[in-house]
Design a protein around this ligand. Structure first.
Ligand code: AMP
Length: 444
C-alpha cells in the first residue's frame, strides 16, 4: 500500500516524500479513502498511530479540490483539539502536509492575546485548528463565521470531555451548518463519547486501529510500590541506578511538578516542568528543549503534556498515578511509538490503590509489581487485578458479628465515576457531559 494508491494528489505526495513517510499507517489506510469519499468517521486511534495525517491529508485534498474560495472571517475546515500544545502540534503537521497547496491554515487557542488572532481571521482561513473555548470567544466577537464550514474534526474527543469542554462543544455544534462532514478521533470510547458521536456524526464509518481501551503493547509497564513520602527519594534512586537520559515524568498537581523539579535542580539535574500555571511561551520552550535533549527530565501535569509528540521516548515515569484512568493510556502513549519498545514505570503508594485498580481494569491487565530494596513501603499497597477488585490482606478470623453493619468492600470504579463503596482518600472525578443541542438533524 502506498499513499498514491490511497488516491492522494501529487502536491501531497511530494510533501510526504519530503517528510520521509513511505508507507501509510493502518489508520491512514482506512481513514484517507473514507474521508476523500465524503464519509463521516468515528476512529479509535491513540496518539502515535499517525492519526493526524489520517485526517489532515484527505481534508487538505478536499479543500483544494472542492468548494469556493474562503470569505472574510470564514473558515472551511475546523479541527478542534483539547489543548494549546496539541493545537500547535496539529497545525505544524498540517502546515508541513500543505506545503505545496494554495491553502491558508492557522491555529487559535486561549492563554494568549485574542487581538492578533482576530486580525489574522479577517481574511478568512481555509483550515483552522482551535481549542473550544477560544473558538467560541472568537465566534461570539464576530471574528468567525461558520457558514462556509464543510468539515469538522474532533481530535482527542475523550480528552476534550475530560477537560470539561462538553458545554463549549454543545455551543459550537449549535453554530455549525448541519450539512457538513464530521470526523471524530478518540483514544478511548466511553459512553459520553458515544453520545457525542451519536449527535455529531451521520452514518459514520468506524475505524479501530488498536483494541479499545488497551494500552500500547510495545510498552513494558510495571509498578514500584513505595510510601508516599519517599517517592522523591525513590525517583532519584531509580534515575541514578537506571542512568535515565530522557524521561517524561507525570505528577498529579502543579505543586507536585514544581516540588520535584526544584528537588532535581537542587541536585544539579537538568530538569524542567510544565503545567497550566506557566505561560504558553515558557511551556513551549521547555518542550522544545526537552525534544532537543537539552533538558533531561521533564515533569508535567496531564493537561500540559497532552499531545506532546516526541519520537523514540524511551521512558515515561508516573510519579503519581492519574486520577482519570484513561490518562494512563495517554501518558504511556508517549513511549513505544511506531513499533519501538518503551518503558513506563509507576511509583504507587497505598493511597493510590483505587487508581491502580481502575487502570488495570481499563487496560485489562494486572501490572507487574516490584519493590526496590530499602524502599519497601511501610503502608502496603493492597493487591489488585484486572477485574477491578482490590484485595485486602487476609485478616485473622474474628468472632462473627451479630448485627448487619459488616465491613464494606473497597469497591471498584465504574464508568460513571461512582465508586460502589466510598474510599476515603480518593474521589474519582468523571463528568458525564450533557449536550443540550436538541434533536440531531441529518444531512439531506
Ligand atoms: P500522530 O499519531 O498523528 O501523533 O503521529 C505520530 C508520529 O508519526 C508523528 O511524528 C508523525 O509525523 C509520524 N507519522 C505519521 N504518519 C507516518 C507515516 N506514514 N510514516 C512515518 N511517520 C509517520
Amino acid at each position: 500500500m502506498t499513499f498514491a494508491t490511497l488516491g492522494l494528489i501529487e502536491p501531497l505526495l511530494r510533501a510526504l516524500e519530503t517528510l520521509g513517510y513511505q508507507t501509510p499507517t493502518p489508520v491512514q489506510t482506512q481513514a484517507i479513502p473514507a474521508v476523500l469519499a465524503g464519509r463521516d468517521l468515528m476512529a479509535a486511534a491513540q496518539t502515535g498511530t499517525g492519526k493526524t495525517a489520517g485526517f489532515a491529508l484527505p481534508l487538505l485534498q478536499l479543500l483544494t479540490m472542492e468548494g469556493p474560495k474562503v470569505n472574510a472571517n470564514s473558515v472551511r475546515a475546523l479541527i478542534l483539539v483539547p489543548t494549546r500544545e496539541l493545537a500547535e502540534q496539529v497545525h505544524e503537521a498540517v502546515r508541513q502536509y500543505a506545503e505545496n497547496l494554495p491553502l491558508s491554515t492557522y491555529a487559535v487557542y486561549g492563554g494568549v492575546s485574542i487581538n492578533p488572532q482576530m486580525m489574522k481571521l479577517r481574511k478568512g482561513v481555509d483550515l483552522l485548528v482551535a481549542t473550544p473555548g477560544r473558538l467560541l470567544d472568537l465566534f461570539r466577537q464576530n471574528a468567525l463565521k461558520f457558514n462556509q464550514l464543510q468539515t469538522l474534526v474532533l481530535d482527542e474527543a475523550d480528552r476534550m470531555l475530560d477537560l470539561g469542554f462538553s458545554e463549549e462543544l454543545g455551543n459550537i455544534y449549535k453554530a455549525l451548518p448541519k450539512k457538513r462532514q464530521t470526523l471524530l478521533f478518540s483514544a478511548t470510547f466511553s459512553d459520553a463519547i458515544r453520545m457525542l458521536a451519536g449527535q455529531m456524526l451521520n452514518d459514520p464509518l468506524s475505524i479501530e486501529v488498536s483494541p479499545r481501551n488497551v494500552a500500547a503493547t510495545t510498552v513494558k509497564q510495571w509498578v514500584v510500590t513505595v510510601d508516599k513520602k519517599r517517592k522523591p527519594e525513590l525517583f532519584i534512586h531509580l534515575m541514578r541506578k537506571g542512568k535515565w537520559k530522557q524521561v517524561l515524568v507525570f505528577a498529579k498537581t502543579r505543586n507536585g511538578v514544581d516540588a520535584l523539579v526544584e528537588k532535581l535542580q537542587g541536585l544539579g539535574v537538568n530538569a524542567d516542568g510544565i503545567h497550566g500555571d506557566k505561560p504558553q511561551a515558557t511551556r513551549q520552550r521547555a518542550l522544545d528543549r526537552f525534544k532537543a535533549s537539552e533538558v533531561q527530565i521533564l515533569v508535567a501535569t496531564d493537561v500540559a503534556a497532552r499531545g506532546l509528540d516526541i519520537e523514540d521516548l524511551p521512558l515515561v515515569v508516573n510519579f503519581d498515578l492519574p486520577i482519570v484512568a484513561e490518562d494512563y493510556i495517554h501518558r504511556i502513549g508517549r513511549t513505544g511509538r511506531a513499533g519501538a519498545t518503551g518503558q513506563a514505570i509507576s511509583l504507587v503508594c497505598a493511597d493510590e490503590v483505587n487508581q491502580l485498580s481502575a487502570i488495570e481494569m481499563l487496560t485489562r491487565q494486572t501490572l507487574t509489581r516490584q519493590m526496590e530494596p530499602d524502599f519497601e513501603p511501610e503502608h502496603r499497597v493492597p493487591d489488585t487485578d484486572a477485574s477491578g477488585q482490590v484485595i485486602k490482606k487476609p485478616k485473622k478470623p474474628k468472632k462473627p458479628k451479630t448485627s448487619g453493619g459488616g465491613k464494606r468492600n473497597l469497591g471498584k470504579w465504574v464508568e460513571s465515576g461512582e465508586a460502589s463503596a466510598p474510599e476515603p482518600s480518593i474521589k474519582p472525578v468523571r463528568k458525564v457531559p450533557v449536550f443540550n443541542t436538541g434533536p440531531r438533524k441529518r444531512k439531506p
